[in-house]
Design a protein. Structure first.
Length: 150
């Protein structure tokens, strides 16, 4: 099935997992399978330093950890005008070489943090560094831990 032909009804028919986010909280309140923007928070690392991405995400997460919301963890850099971002990008042969060190840092961090619920993690080149397997394993381990605690 091509992406342009996928409908929410078709995905539900196939028993697929889908997250539906909608802008209006009022329209979502009567639908248990649709979340409003108020129920999702996207953390933002706000750094162009690959070593600070995780620390900044954790700092933002501390303010959210008691909320019952979906949390999006972006493993990305934020370029700033004054940090010579363009000059640094030119020093790499391509975007892949610039971005993948962050992915490697994120994978190591996810493996070391079994108690943090990673609802959604976004990153570039996710097919590398066992990123997908690591995220799935982290969520499965968290679910197993919570199930045995119940």
């Amino acid at each position: 099935m091509t992406v342009s032909k996928i409908t929410l009804s078709k995905l539900w028919e196939l028993n697929a997992r889908v997250i539906v986010l909608y802008g209006s909280a009022n329209k979502c309140k009567d639908h248990e399978h649709i979340w409003s923007r108020d129920e999702v928070d996207i953390l933002w690392p706000s750094t162009s330093n690959k070593y600070l991405v995780v620390d900044n995400l954790l700092h933002e997460y501390k303010n959210l950890s008691t909320k019952d919301i979906i949390v999006v963890w972006p493993g990305i850099l934020t370029p700033f005008e004054d940090d010579y971002y363009l000059e640094r990008v030119k020093s790499f042969s391509n975007l892949h070489e610039f971005v993948t060190p962050i992915l490697e840092i994120m994978v190591k961090w996810i493996k070391s943090r079994p108690n943090i619920p990673f609802n959604i993690i976004s990153a570039d080149f996710v097919e590398e560094h066992d990123f997908i397997k690591t995220v799935i394993r982290a969520n499965n381990n968290l679910y197993k831990t919570k199930s045995t605690a119940l």
